[in-house]
Design a protein around this ligand. Structure first.
Ligand SMILES: CC(C)(COP(=O)(O)OP(=O)(O)OC[C@H]1O[C@@H](n2cnc3c(N)ncnc32)[C@H](O)[C@@H]1OP(=O)(O)O)[C@@H](O)C(=O)NCCC(=O)NCCS
Length: 451
C-alpha cells in the first residue's frame, strides 16, 4: 500500500473511529486463534481498538488445547450431541489450560517493544469470577458432569471495569454457587456477556467458514433468516454453533454480531473500519434503511454531492441552504454512512415563506447514489418513497430539472415539459445557463397504489 493509499484509507476510517468510540464490543476467539500465526496481529488490533476508545471484553476458547492435552494423556474425548462430557480429569486439564491461556494472552497484551504497533501501549487486563455457572445436567441418560451452562453474568462488575479502561478477559469456565468449576462453551459465554452488557457488537473470530446448507457464504442476514438457514443445516455443520448464538444475541438486544475468519489477518480492522467489511454480519436492526434526513446528515450529504457539484452535474448548494432544506431530504443509510440522497422541495415557499407557495407541486432534486452502490435500485426506491410521500402531502405534480439523467427519469415515468411549464415562483430562480431539461410527473390520487 502506498502512503497516499494509507492516508486515504485513514481518512475514510474517520467516521468509523467516531462511531466506535465509547462502544462496548465483546470479542470471542477460538482456542485455535491462540496458536495461529495471526494471533500477534489480533493482539495489535485489540490494542488499537482499545486506544480508539472501544470498551472490550475478550472471550477465548480452548477446544483445540483441551483436545491436544487429552490426546497427550491418551484420554478419548467424549462428545454427545456436539457437546463435550467433562469428567473430573478433563475439568482439571481445562483449569490448567485456562491458567496457561490467561498468562499467554496477558503477556502478549503487555508487550510494548519499540518499532512495533504495541510501542508505548499499556493495557490493564482483568480476569475473575464474573460468570456463575450451573451443570448442563443429564440428557437422555448421559450425565454431562462438569459441562455447564451460563447461569449469570456479573454485568455490573464488568461494566465498571470496562468503563475504567480495563480489558476484561473471560475464559470458557464458570463457578457454581456450590464452589464447583464448570466447562462452558466460549461462544455461550460471549453471547451471554454481550446480552448482559447490551453490547454494541458481538464479534466471533472462527476457523469455520460461515456457509449455508448449499455451501454459499453468508454475508449479511437478520436473526430470523439465520434461524431459517439453521433449520436446513445438518446438525454437525461447523457454522451452526456460532450462527445460533449470533441469532440469539441479536434477538436479545445486541444490535450486530460479526463473524470473521481466523484465516484473514486483516479481518477485524476491515470489518470495523471499511464500508463493506469482511465477514458475515447478523444484524438486529435493518442494516441498510432509508429515512428522512436530519441536521446531523449534512456533512455526509455534502461529501456525497460535492464531486457532482464540482463537475457541474448538480447545482452548488451552500451549507446554509442545505440546513434550510434538510427536512426535505431523504437518505439511505448503511452503518452510519449515507449511500444515497434525494430531496422533495416544495415549490414557492422554499426561498421564503410567502403566500406565493404552490402546495400542489414540488421539485425532485439532488438525487444521488454513491458510485460504489449504483445500479442496484437505490435511486429508484428513494424516488418512489418521495413520490409516495408527496402524494400523502396532497402534492399532485412533481418537476425535475436535470442535465444528465433525462433518460433515467423518463424510465421512471416522467414526461418532458417546457421550462415555462414551471410555476412562476420556481421559474424565476432557474439558472438558464445550465440548459437543464424539465420533466414532470403527475402523482395524483390513485397513481401510487403499487408502491
Ligand atoms: C442517476 C443515479 C442517481 C442513479 O442511481 P442508482 O442508484 O444507480 O439508480 P438505480 O439503481 O435505481 O437505476 C440504475 C439504472 O439506471 C441506469 N442509469 C444510471 N444513470 C443513468 C443516466 N444518467 N441515464 C440513463 N440511465 C441511467 C443504469 O444503467 C441502471 O440501468 P439498469 O437497471 O437497466 O441496469 C446515479 O447514477 C447518480 O448518482 N448519478 C449522478 C447524480 C445525478 O445525475 N443525479 C440526478 C440529479 S437530479
Amino acid at each position: 500500500m502506498t502512503s497516499t493509499h494509507t492516508i486515504e484509507w485513514f481518512r475514510h476510517a474517520s467516521p468509523y473511529i467516531n462511531s466506535h468510540r465509547g462502544k462496548t464490543f465483546v470479542l470471542c476467539f477460538s482456542g485455535a486463534a491462540l496458536t495461529s500465526s495471526f494471533f500477534s496481529d489480533l493482539i495489535n488490533d485489540i490494542t488499537l481498538l482499545s486506544h480508539l476508545g472501544v470498551r472490550l471484553v475478550l472471550v477465548h476458547g480452548l477446544r483445540a488445547q483441551l483436545d491436544s492435552t487429552l490426546s497427550a494423556h491418551h484420554i478419548e474425548p467424549v462428545v454427545v450431541d456436539g457437546l463435550r462430557v467433562t469428567n473430573e480429569q478433563t475439568r482439571d486439564i481445562l483449569v490448567a489450560e485456562v491458567g496457561k491461556a490467561r498468562v499467554f494472552i496477558e503477556s502478549r497484551l503487555s508487550m510494548g517493544l519499540p518499532n512495533t504497533p504495541m510501542a508505548g501501549a499499556h493495557l490493564s487486563v482483568t480476569s475473575g469470577n464474573f460468570i456463575t455457572a450451573r451443570p448442563h445436567g443429564i440428557h437422555h441418560g448421559v450425565d454431562f458432569l462438569y459441562t455447564g451452562q451460563v447461569r449469570q453474568v456479573h454485568a455490573t462488575a464488568l461494566k465498571e471495569l470496562i468503563e475504567q479502561g480495563h480489558l476484561v478477559l473471560l475464559p470458557p469456565l464458570g463457578y457454581s454457587r456450590t464452589g464447583d468449576v464448570f466447562n462452558l462453551l466460549s461462544e455461550e459465554v460471549a453471547m451471554q456477556a454481550a446480552i448482559s452488557l447490551q453490547a454494541d457488537k458481538l464479534i466471533f473470530i472462527s476457523e469455520h467458514a460461515m456457509v449455508d446448507s448449499s455451501d454459499q457464504p453468508i454475508r449479511e442476514a437478520d436473526p430470523d433468516t439465520v434461524e431459517t438457514l439453521l433449520d436446513k443445516m445438518p446438525p454437525e455443520a461447523p457454522a451452526r454453533l456460532i450462527l445460533s448464538k449470533a441469532a440469539t444475541a441479536c434477538k436479545s438486544g445486541v444490535n450486530r454480531t460479526h463473524i470473521l475468519s481466523l484465516n484473514d489477518r486483516d479481518a477485524l480492522l476491515k470489518e470495523l473500519f471499511t464500508r463493506d467489511g469482511s465477514g458475515a454480519m447478523i444484524n438486529a436492526d435493518h442494516y441498510e434503511h432509508s429515512r428522512m434526513a436530519n441536521i446531523s446528515d449534512i456533512g455526509s450529504i455534502c461529501t456525497l454531492i460535492k464531486p457532482l457539484e464540482d463537475d457541474g452535474t448538480l447545482v452548488h448548494r451552500t451549507t446554509e441552504q442545505l440546513e434550510l432544506d434538510i427536512e426535505h431530504f431523504r437518505v439511505i443509510e448503511r452503518e452510519g454512512l449515507i449511500l444515497a440522497c434525494a430531496a422533495l422541495l416544495p415549490i414557492g415557499d422554499h426561498d421564503n415563506a410567502s403566500s406565493t407557495a404552490d402546495h400542489s407541486c414540488a421539485e425532485i432534486a439532488c438525487l444521488v447514489t454513491h458510485p460504489d452502490y449504483q445500479n442496484t435500485g437505490r435511486a429508484r426506491s428513494l424516488l418512489a418513497e418521495l413520490e409516495s410521500h408527496a402524494q400523502k402531502q396532497g402534492i399532485s405534480t412533481l418537476y425535475v430539472l436535470t442535465t444528465r439523467t433525462n433518460h433515467w427519469f423518463l424510465e421512471q415515468g416522467y414526461k418532458p415539459a417546457e421550462l415555462n411549464d414551471l410555476p412562476a415562483t420556481r421559474l424565476s430562480s432557474v439558472n438558464r445557463q445550465r440548459n437543464s431539461r424539465l420533466l414532470v410527473k403527475v402523482v395524483g390520487k390513485g397513481c401510487w397504489e403499487s408502491i
